[in-house]
Design a protein around this ligand. Structure first.
Ligand code: GLP
Length: 266
């Protein structure tokens, strides 16, 4: 696992990494770049940078196929807090994405189990995800895989933890009763199946989750620890999120970064 510690913007670093990867892997008509996408407050900066780069002519999304990691169940697609709305506002309506290449789980599908099976099939049919981006919850959830999710899980419906609903109530006028109780989410295994996973972590509230991710044992109690099983997982964190790390862990990764200073140019 790689930990990048940056005070120059976690979203900026992640956006630069996405663009570098798109160039390296190639994004062509024949071979689209398959990108897994998150929502949430942390990802807003990532999308801001991607949109700015698109407007400067540095990147195109014409040959990118996207898969969002999750969506609330039962929230209308055009609800201001649906992840469909979030993605439209933060990215899709501002870049040259082909709408046919956008995939977001349908939390209003008449048969949710069939929707989940179909979603996994669509990812497989594309040849798998090249790079899955994500954030983390204070309780260590990735996508909407709450604590005690199976580390072998695929896309399914998941009941949300009360802490997650509390954290997300800030988007629903501070009223937890307005936050849906369940969501469709790609599974932990679905994330691990991506060729690369990059998780953005910011702020002191996420420091325990980052500490578990780097120093804890692999455990369903902290789904983020499953990244330890991935051959190419990158965590990008700000200084505040590193507050619970052992000094030796922090120093090790800082020294690695100094040694490979080109990383910061990514
Ligand atoms: C949400 C999303 C996750 C996101 C996480 C952190 O509930 N389902 O995909 O990574 O929680 O969100 P935020 O960045 O707003 O803290």
């Amino acid at each position: 696992m790689r930990l990048i510690i940056t005070s120059r913007g976690v979203g900026r670093w992640a956006a630069n990494y996405v663009m570098k990867k798109m160039k390296a892997v190639g994004a062509t008509d024949e071979r689209n770049f398959i990108l897994g996408l998150p929502t949430g407050g942390t990802a807003v900066e990532l999308y801001r940078h991607l949109v700015a780069s698109y407007k400067k002519g540095d990147v195109s999304f014409k040959n990118v196929t996207t898969f969002n990691m999750d969506e609330y169940i039962g929230l209308p697609e055009d609800h201001p807090e649906s992840y469909h709305t979030y993605m439209r506002e933060n990215l899709f309506s501002q870049v040259d994405m082909d709408p046919a290449k956008i995939n977001i789980p349908n939390g209003n599908a008449p048969d949710l189990a069939a929707e989940c099976r179909d979603y996994d099939q669509r990812m497989a049919d594309c040849g798998g995800v090249d790079l899955f981006l994500g954030g983390v919850g204070e309780n260590g959830h990735i996508a909407f895989n709450e604590p005690y999710s199976s580390l072998m899980s695929s896309t399914r419906d998941k009941q949300l933890d009360v802490n997650t609903r509390l954290a997300n109530s800030r988007f629903f006028g501070g009223d937890i009763s307005q936050v849906p109780k369940s969501a469709l989410t790609v599974g932990v295994k679905g994330l691990l199946d991506a060729r690369e996973v990059l998780i953005m972590i910011t702020g002191a509230k996420k420091a325990l989750a980052l500490c578990q991710c780097m120093e804890g044992a692999v455990s369903q109690a902290w789904p983020i620890t499953a990244l330890q099983l991935h051959p190419k997982a990158i965590i990008v964190a700000d200084e505040e999120a590193c507050g619970e790390l052992k000094v030796k862990t922090y120093r090790y990764f800082k020294e690695l970064q100094d040694e490979f200073s080109y990383i910061d140019e990514l």
